[in-house]
Design a binder for this molecule. Structure first.
Ligand code: PA5
Length: 441
């Protein structure tokens, strides 16, 4: 169960300030509920946990099982919203060392243009049988397209044309794009990214569900958690709705001069979840020269690097801590007869309890240092809670973006670099852009 606690903001935001934003938040929340806001043709994510296509979901589970039977390695090829969610959930639930444990190994590639990184993955491929899940909504994004060309060629050389087809699973748009065309020509099994679900909101669609199910994540519980949060938040436009309260805090912080949100967590396995959050909020709100800069810290490690800045640097930051009341491990600190390290005062305490105490101590220190802190508290680190957390962030992001006055569902800014890159690489159709770029030099 998820709670959003703003108790520590007492000295930073008054009741009057919360009251002042109540109506704006209610209007933004209603816009999302009624589908009357900007970008309303991209709010399909809103109902995904409730209305997910049952036939498609069964095919995902069947394909996941087949992947586990046919391979020891699954390569997930995709970038941005087409990989971050799956990687974030996998690492949060199974840890950053998930590939060192038993079961299917999952490697994410096609999210850069680094030849060294691609070579590293290619070298690993020879250690086990390989399946590929290539994910691209547009079907034309350069990074995954280049990687797919390379790994498809690898599969054909290793398994031959016929067998390689059975090892490729494509997740893409229902009708358009190169990947859809290629899949139909070669008979790859395909999964559909709904047209009204944008990349960064797609983790609860086949984009996230296929790799997660293949990795053995309980996707039923993940979707149940998301559905629980949808049910709790869908109809309530007030600040009692935790996603609205978080959207209110973010907008109030921006208005009171804060420009950076630090999303922190005391679990290193949250690192990629932080990357997912950065994409979700950065790409949704960073437009028209507006928006908070989303950043992350993984404590306690980052207390030894960013801790100084958080405590005493420029007061442009506020902090949102995600914490998990219970984790699986019950490891405790043991007794040492001669107390050689002076740690016997911790004897019998669980490491999780010590970690929680570090979180409490940090919250107090940062609050005293002038950093407004609020807390997202999840009752347990498991699939259900992670599903709740994902939906909480997605809904809060939409309401926060509408309150900010932007369209949270487009990303026109991302096109600028792509256009320049295509022109400089001589892609047909970009000749005029190339002339412009060379003239600017
Ligand atoms: O949120 C988004 O829409 C983007 O981050 C996309 O997911 C990313 O650019 C990848 O696009 P595609 O799935 O079309 O390859």
């Amino acid at each position: 169960m998820l709670r959003y606690d703003v108790g520590l903001l007492d000295g930073f935001l008054t009741k009057g300030e919360f009251d002042s934003v109540k109506e704006e938040i209610a209007a933004a929340s209603a816009m999302l509920r009624e589908g009357s806001g900007r970008g309303n043709d991209y709010i399909g994510w809103r109902d995904l946990p409730a209305v997910f296509d049952k036939e498609e979901y069964q095919r995902i589970k069947d394909a996941a099982e087949r992947i586990r039977e046919q391979s020891g390695i699954l390569l997930v090829i995709g970038i941005g919203g087409s990989y971050l969610g799956a990687r974030a959930v996998l690492e949060l639930l199974r840890g950053e060392l998930h590939n060192e444990k038993t079961g299917l190994k999952v490697y994410f590639t096609g999210n850069s243009l680094s030849p060294d990184d691609i070579e590293d993955i290619l070298a690993i491929c020879d250690t086990a049988d390989v399946s590929v899940n290539v994910i691209s909504k547009s079907g034309t994004t350069t990074e995954p397209a280049v990687a797919f060309r390379i790994f498809r060629d690898y599969l054909i050389r290793r398994y031959g044309e016929e067998e390689s087809r059975k090892r490729i699973y494509a997740t893409t748009d229902r009708t358009g794009g190169t990947l859809r065309k290629l899949s139909e020509e070669h008979g790859y099994e395909t999964f559909v990214i709904p047209g009204d679900v944008g990349g960064r909101f797609s983790v609860l669609s086949p984009v996230g569900l296929l790799p997660l199910a293949a990795a053995g994540i309980d996707t039923d519980a993940l979707l149940e958690g998301a559905e629980e949060m949808r049910r709790l938040t869908a109809e309530d436009d007030s600040l009692a709705n935790p996603s609205n309260r978080y959207a209110a805090v973010r907008n109030l912080m921006l208005r009171t001069g804060k420009s950076v949100e630090i999303l922190s967590c005391f679990e290193p396995r949250f690192r990629m979840m932080g990357e997912w959050y950065k994409q979700l909020f950065g790409e949704s709100e960073g437009k028209e020269h507006k928006g908070l800069f989303p950043s992350t810290c993984v404590f306690t490690a980052d207390l030894h690097s960013m801790g100084q800045y958080c405590q005493d640097g420029s007061r442009i930051i506020f902090e949102t801590l995600v914490r998990f009341s219970k984790v699986d491990s019950e490891m405790t600190v043991h007794h040492e007869e001669d107390d050689f390290d002076g740690l016997n005062y911790l004897e019998g305490k669980s490491i999780h309890e010590i970690n929680n105490t570090a979180a409490d101590a940090t919250l107090s220190a940062h609050t005293d240092g002038g950093v407004p802190c609020s807390v997202i508290e999840c009752s347990r680190l498991d699939e259900f809670n992670v599903g709740e957390l994902i939906y909480f962030f997605e809904r809060a992001c939409a309401v926060s973006g509408y309150t900010l006055g932007v369209n949270p569902f487009d990303q026109k800014g991302v096109e600028a670099y792509k256009r320049n890159m295509f022109a400089l690489l001589d892609k047909p159709g970009y000749e005029e852009d190339k002339k412009r770029l060379l003239k600017d030099k």
